[in-house]
Design a protein around this ligand. Structure first.
Ligand code: DAH
Length: 331
């Protein structure tokens, strides 16, 4: 009886095999019934009842197994693949994602590969390895979010930390583009937020020069803002590049003639860049007597504002669907 109760079948075929084994003409239970006539008369009643019980249990169990396997099979058969699907309302990509994808796409066509690093970082990768002096103001409480119990652990304030992450694990040639979120302790307003997004670029090889940087950035600007876009580089300072520059593009709204958007200058700033400081190469295990490199970093919000004239930075994180729906066609 126990054996019968524990019978299992994966499908109708297996259930039929069980029926043959126990209940067919040559089945085990049928054989018992055929032997019944040899049972001594005084035991006939008891044995007869037992055999009947066994037969009924087997019949019931096997028909149960057949039924459940046919239910499963018909559920699978009943999926109508030709039926029109329910209309699904697709969301839209976030404007920052659209622009980030476009930036990454332009640089990947130039041979840059994607690299990413953690948002929760240590001081070494964000500042020390990037040649920030111990008393550099960017490390200040006003800029950086620190983890109270672990002063060495911070929220990265720029994606330049990914430069260090890549250099420490790879030898040149290195050609990476690193998008990501960054954090700064700023009061939230239309023009500032405590988190925003950047894209970092890094190229290190033998004989990399400032000319290479300029050409790549010109190509990027023209792909992003149109073929007539001009660029200009103004000397600047960053701890991790030497020489350093900030890059402007000709205002794509007025074509460089001067308008309120570019404050009548004809130019708008879009990124910082420069030649990787040899001290940064050395700090990250790369021989600066063999290799040179360039780096650049830009804010994705900034590029998005230029492309789509989003006036208030807070729009990017409020998830107002009326705002997000404006970017449906840009997807
Ligand atoms: N890390 C800089 C910032 O957050 C941006 C930057 C400037 C990155 C110059 C670079 C660079 O790689 O070369 O303001």
């Amino acid at each position: 009886m126990q054996e019968i109760a524990s019978l299992q079948a994966k499908d109708a075929q297996e259930a039929e095999a069980l029926r043959i084994k126990y209940l067919s003409k040559k089945g085990v239970i049928t054989a018992l019934m055929n032997d019944f006539r040899n049972v001594p008369p005084e035991l006939k009643k008891e044995v007869g009842m037992k055999i009947n019980e066994l037969k009924n249990a087997a019949q019931e169990k096997i028909s149960q197994l057949k039924e459940s396997s046919s239910v499963a099979a018909s559920a699978a058969d009943n999926v109508d693949l030709t039926r029109t699907p329910y209309p699904i309302k697709l969301g839209t990509r976030h404007p920052l994602t659209i622009v980030k994808n476009e930036i990454v796409d332009i640089f990947s066509r130039l041979g840059f590969t994607l690299a990413e690093g953690p948002e929760i970082e240590d001081d070494w990768h964000v500042y020390s390895s990037m040649n920030f002096a111990d008393d550099h103001p960017a490390r200040d409480m006003q800029d950086t979010f620190f983890v109270e119990s672990h002063p060495d652990i911070i929220l990265r304030s720029h994606t330049s930390s990914v430069q260090s992450r890549v250099m420490e694990s790879t030898q040149p040639p290195i050609r990476v583009i690193c998008p990501g979120r960054v954090y700064r302790n700023e009061a939230i307003s239309a023009r500032a937020h405590c988190f925003f997004h950047q894209v970092e670029g890094l190229y290190i090889d033998k004989d990399v020069s400032f000319t290479d940087l300029k050409q790549v950035l010109l190509l990027f600007a023209q792909e992003m803002f149109g073929p007539d876009t001009k660029i200009r580089l103004r000397p600047s300072y960053f701890p991790f590049t030497e020489p350093s520059a900030e890059m402007d593009i000709s205002c794509h709204l007025c074509g460089g003639k001067g308008c309120s958007f570019c404050k009548q200058t004809g130019w708008v700033e879009i990124l910082g860049c420069g030649m990787v400081d040899p001290a940064v190469l050395e700090a990250n295990g790369i021989d600066s007597s063999v290799y040179t490199g360039y780096a650049f970093g830009m804010g994705i919000e900034r590029i998005t504002n230029l492309k789509y004239q989003v006036k208030d930075l807070r729009m990017f994180s409020e998830n107002d669907v009326r705002f997000l729906n404006e970017f449906v066609s840009a997807n």
